[in-house]
Unconditional design. Structure first.
Length: 426
């Protein structure tokens, strides 16, 4: 399924002309193909299965979460990974069942733990001994817990989104004895039900062997702690990180084929190591929503610098599109009114924030843009709305879901009143 289609005079999404959305809702505007997201969720559900292994998919809500998105994930039958009070609150307000929520984070606050316990979140993933102590002080009825581990896998991705290098801030190392002590504390606690281990090696990963390596190291660890400490791991959560296509340089692997291999590998390795088959979980975020989303901007000024660099300025900025500045991420864009027109030259698409680094696309091959036309930036469904800020007091755009000839606002555009709603005058 393609999230959108190009014609000579417009871009269509699910039978809806994106130009009609700019007229109805203005720009900048985040637009998400709801059917595409549902389809992705179903694709994961259909392929992450194995006849001998219990499996669960947690959608990583940090990629994109709103009330409507939590409802959608619930309707599609996925579970949910949250990482903060705000994500948890959003999920619960959308009536997402807490029995399908896993709570992550490397420094959960006292308030967050209280809230998670009060609302019976299914599993809390402990990151470090301090967090465990805090939880022990609070827990008053049975609570499932897991431990986040760092197996030291160097996934090939941007340094900022790689999470299991040995010096990463996340989890406890599989090479430290302290890690076993933390596990024993959980196992011996009368109210804590230690179910297993969690790991997330990084994000936007294209090499499936990184996930195999992760699984292998964790299965070896499971064998070793069973042999040496008689600790049995019932759940193995491998995190998310499956890469998506932003530009032609990106080559995601075929999830359908890959999950089959990965789950077979886990089953066979368990047989070989003589350990029980774990309940295997994953936490895809980006791969569920990224390609479903586009951002529409209005083209403003054009500028050619003294050094002959060609800029096209849009009415958004790094405040709604931070990934280029933060990770040197690359994107593709088209002019909405004539997406198939031949390209004329390379433009730098820049925003309106007061920051030299406020570039959305460093090199975008476009026909000569006209002021007032719209620019559609593709693959912005993940980590765009969720990372948006009010830098320069710019307003956050609305989010619209498009579904079979229909569009509905799922997040209203921020207003100037919203912007001031938390400010207090002297
Ligand atoms: N599970 C855990 C514990 C995670 O930390 C993450 C992402 C995921 C799952 C989901 O990973 P995904 O499938 O989306 O790759 N802001 C960055 C991405 C940071 C990801 C952090 N953790 C970006 O825009 O690329």
């Amino acid at each position: 399924m393609q999230p959108y289609s190009l014609t000579a005079s417009t871009i269509m999404m699910n039978g809806v002309d994106l130009q009609s959305l700019t007229q109805r809702y203005g720009t900048p505007l985040y637009v998400m193909n709801e059917s595409f997201i549902r389809n992705q969720a179903q694709r994961f559900k259909a392929t992450f299965v194995h006849e001998h292994l219990k499996t669960t998919i947690f959608y990583a809500s940090k990629a994109f979460l709103t009330l409507a998105m939590a409802q959608l994930i619930d309707e599609e039958g996925l579970s949910l990974d949250v990482v903060s009070l705000g994500e948890l609150h959003t999920a619960l307000k959308a009536n997402f069942p807490p029995s399908r929520i896993i709570f992550h984070g490397n420094n959960k606050t006292s308030l967050e733990l209280d809230y998670a316990l009060k609302h019976h979140v299914e599993t809390i993933v402990i990151d470090n001994p301090y967090e465990l102590q805090l939880l022990i002080e609070k827990v008053s009825r049975p609570q499932k817990v897991m431990l986040r581990l760092n197996p030291g896998v160097e996934a090939h991705t941007h340094e900022y989104i790689s999470t299991t290098k040995h010096d990463s801030k996340f989890g406890l190392s599989i090479n430290d004895v302290e890690t076993i002590e933390v596990m024993k504390t959980m196992i011996n606690h009368p109210l804590l039900d230690f179910t297993g281990i969690h790991c997330h090696i990084g994000s936007q990963i294209f090499d499936p062997s990184s996930f195999h390596k992760e699984a292998q190291l964790l299965l070896e660890y499971m064998r070793d702690i069973k042999d040496n400490y008689d600790i049995e791991i019932k759940t193995l959560n491998l995190g998310g990180g499956f890469g998506v296509k932003y530009t032609d340089e990106d080559t995601p692997f075929d999830i359908q084929l890959y999950f089959h291999d990965l789950l077979d590998f886990i089953k066979n390795t368990c047989d070989e190591y003589q350990i029980i088959y774990p309940h295997v979980c994953i936490e895809p975020g980006r791969s569920i929503v990224a390609e479903a989303g586009v951002t529409i901007y209005t083209i403003g000024a054009l500028k050619t610098t003294h050094s002959s660099k060609h800029f096209v300025f849009v009415d958004g900025s790094m405040a709604d599109h931070i990934r280029t500045a933060l990770y040197q991420a690359k994107y593709e864009a088209r002019i909405l009114e004539r997406p198939l027109d031949p390209h004329d030259r390379i433009y730098s698409v820049a925003g309106k924030a007061c920051e030299t680094g406020d570039i959305l696309i460093h090199e975008s091959s476009l026909p000569t843009p006209n002021i007032g036309e719209h620019l559609v930036v593709f693959t912005t469904g993940a980590y765009h709305y969720s990372m948006a800020s009010n830098y320069n007091r710019l307003l956050k755009p609305a989010v619209v879901f498009v579904n079979e000839d229909d569009a509905r606002v799922v997040v209203k555009a921020q207003t100037l009143d919203d912007l001031l709603s938390s400010d207090v005058m002297l």
